[in-house]
Every structure is written in structure tokens, then in C-alpha cells.
Design a protein around this ligand. Structure first.
Ligand code: GDP
Length: 337
């Protein structure tokens, strides 16, 4: 029997071995293909994706992962493009990924298409990937986590994960990045919304964009935000989130922004929190996988499938308690199918 090629003790097909070689060499086409593979829901693709990820894992991890969130229109793509170009000038390689839960509803992606960030798309040092267009937020987030590892293995040292300020996507993105940046508008009244939704607690840095329109209003918003933040518990015990103002279109404040990110990285690395966060995120990821695996095993179990509809009706009608129905279904799922 012909033996399978091995990449770092993982046996893969010849086709995947060459894909991995290309990816590790920084080939963008191979990186895109690998991400498509990890986004696929076909069982055969999932298996190939798992091996591929295992093979490249030793080459991943060496990047700074930055999450950027903000409502549509706040200037995320303008800011990310300007920041990306600034970082490329500084010798970095930048990957931009997106988590857009609305794309799984509409079937299209509003983040990361080629009409946005046109200049960055043209740079060989940049890689931009739209949000996976199908699946639940959990599925989209999982694929983005995997895409982060693939981008790192392909040599990107700055990974930006963009998300719109809707739903639970901020929590998901904060859970897969090292620094979480909240982009806001002065005068938008977003502050209260963000505080109410608990997003403020996730922020390592708050940025008011479009400061060129009304610099005084931007400064005032920043001052109010600083005092609001001082009353909240920060995401890290070693870092009080700063508030900056900038103009993405005028590229004003980009160097200051990057300086703050560098200081943040240094503070968290020195305190050990940087690595601790990554370890915590890896464990959370494992548990999410376990939870979703158990859930799909449960829903796919023939005994559960045949009893579920009847029991759901009984729970709705109040003829059985939710607890008794759940117990019965869990017992069924534990039996051999
Ligand atoms: P996104 O939906 O968050 O990605 O926002 P966009 O980057 O597409 O920006 C929305 C609009 O705001 C566009 O017309 C941008 O040109 C504009 N914009 C973005 N940043 C700034 C800025 O710093 N100043 C001004 N005046 N306009 C900006």
C-alpha cells in the first residue's frame, strides 16, 4: 500500500500536502483554498480540514489578533484599510477576516467584499477574507477561529477580525482576539447602547472615528466615555481601556492608535495576561466544540428524533414538565442507537 505523505506527523493526501506547502510558503491562493476547506460542512472536507489544521498548528500563534467592532457606517472598512496600509508600510503582513452574523441570514456578506478596502486588496502583503456566508454565529465564529490559525501559518503577523455591532458577534470576536477595539461615533448615542449590551466591558480600547467632522464634539465624547469606563470593570486587571479620537479618512491618529496597541501588548505580555487569555480562549473553544458536538449527537439520535415532537407538544400543553421531558430525552440519547 502506498503510504500517505506526512506533514509534522499528520498523514495527509498528496493534494493536501502541496496545499500545506503552498500555505506555509505564504501563497495567498493556497491560503484561500485552505479557508474554503475549513468552512465546508461536508464530512469529508471536515476531516481533511482537521488534519490540515493539525499540520499547520506548530506554525500558528505568532501574531497579534485584533478585534474591531462598530455599527455599520462607523467607518470600520475605512479605518481597517488605512491601518492596514500603515502597518504594511511598517513591514507587517496583515490579514483581515470578518464575522458577520447577518450574512448567514441574507446569504451575502456585507463585510470584506472587494468594493470595500480596494487599496488593501491590491497589496500582496494583505489578505482579506469575507465572512463565511452560511451557518449560525457559532459556526461562523468557529470557522473564523480556524481561519486565524491558517493566516498565521501563512505568515501574517497582524490579524484583524472585523464585526458589525449587532447580536452576539462582539462576544464571539472578543473571545478569539488579543485586543478588542470598539469603534464609535461622537454624538451617536451609541455609548448607552454599548453599555447596556455589555459590550463596553469587552473593550480594551475605545476609538471615536470621524473626529475631523467636529473635533470638539469628538473630544467631549471621549471625555464622557473615559468617565463612563472608569465606572466599569475593565476586561483586564492590568489595563484601563484608553479612549482615542481619530479620522480614518484623513489618516489622523493612526500612529497614536498603533502606539496604544503596542503598549497594550507590552503591558499584557509583562503581566502574563496575554498568554493567559490565549489559554483561556483555547479552552473555551474546546468547550464550545464539545457543546456543539453533544448537541448535534443529541439531535441526530434516532430515539430522540422520534420522541422529540411529541414531548415538545406535551411541554407546551403543560401535560409534562420541561424537566421530565428533558430527562427522558437525555436518557434516550444515552442509549445505544
Ligand atoms: P463601515 O460600514 O463601518 O465599514 O463604514 P465605512 O468605512 O464604509 O464608512 C462609512 C462612511 O463614513 C463612508 O462614506 C466613509 O467615507 C465615511 N468615513 C469613514 N471614516 C471617516 C472619517 O474618519 N471621517 C469622515 N468624515 N468620514 C468617514
Amino acid at each position: 500500500m502506498q503510504s500517505m505523505p506526512e506533514v509534522g506527523h499528520v498523514s495527509v493526501s498528496a493534494q493536501d500536502a502541496s496545499l500545506i506547502d503552498g500555505l506555509l510558503a505564504g501563497n495567498r491562493r493556497d491560503l484561500a483554498k485552505a479557508i474554503t476547506l475549513v468552512e465546508s460542512t461536508r464530512a469529508e472536507h471536515r476531516q481533511r480540514a482537521r488534519k490540515l489544521l493539525e499540520a499547520v498548528l506548530p506554525h500558528a500563534g505568532c501574531s497579534l489578533r485584533i478585534g474591531i467592532s462598530g455599527v455599520p457606517g462607523v467607518g470600520k472598512s475605512t479605518f481597517i484599510e488605512a491601518l492596514g496600509m500603515f502597518l504594511i508600510e511598517g513591514g507587517h503582513r496583515v490579514a483581515v477576516l470578518a464575522v458577520d452574523p447577518s450574512s448567514s441570514v441574507t446569504g451575502g456578506s456585507i463585510l470584506g467584499d472587494k468594493t470595500r478596502m480596494g487599496l488593501l486588496w491590491q497589496r500582496p502583503e494583505a489578505f482579506i477574507r469575507p465572512s463565511p456566508a452560511s451557518g449560525s454565529l457559532g459556526g461562523v465564529a468557529e470557522h473564523t477561529r480556524e481561519a486565524i490559525l491558517l493566516c498565521e501559518a501563512a505568515g501574517y503577523d497582524i490579524i484583524i477580525v472585523e464585526t458589525v455591532g449587532v447580536g452576539q458577534s462582539e462576544t464571539a470576536v472578543a473571545g478569539m482576539t488579543d485586543a478588542f477595539v470598539l469603534l464609535m461615533l461622537p454624538n451617536a448615542g451609541d455609548e448607552l447602547q454599548a453599555i447596556k449590551k455589555g459590550i463596553m466591558e469587552l473593550a480594551d480600547l475605545v476609538v471615536f472615528n470621524k473626529a475631523d467632522i467636529d473635533p470638539t464634539a469628538a473630544q467631549l465624547a471621549a471625555t464622557q466615555m473615559r468617565s463612563a469606563l472608569s465606572m466599569l470593570r475593565p476586561a483586564s486587571a492590568h489595563w484601563q481601556p484608553p479612549v482615542l479620537t481619530l479620522s480614518a479618512t484623513k489618516k489622523d491618529g493612526l500612529a497614536e492608535f498603533w502606539q496604544v496597541i503596542e503598549t497594550f501588548r507590552c503591558a499584557l505580555t509583562t503581566s502574563g495576561e496575554f498568554e493567559a487569555r490565549r489559554r483561556r480562549q483555547a479552552l473555551e473553544w474546546m468547550w464550545q466544540q464539545i457543546d456543539s458536538g453533544l448537541r448535534s449527537h443529541f439531535r441526530g439520535h434516532p430515539g430522540v428524533k422520534s420522541a422529540l415532537a411529541k414531548l415538545s407538544v406535551a411541554v407546551e400543553a403543560g401535560t409534562t414538565t420541561p424537566a421530565a421531558a428533558a430527562r427522558h430525552l437525555l436518557d434516550l440519547a444515552n442509549r445505544e442507537s
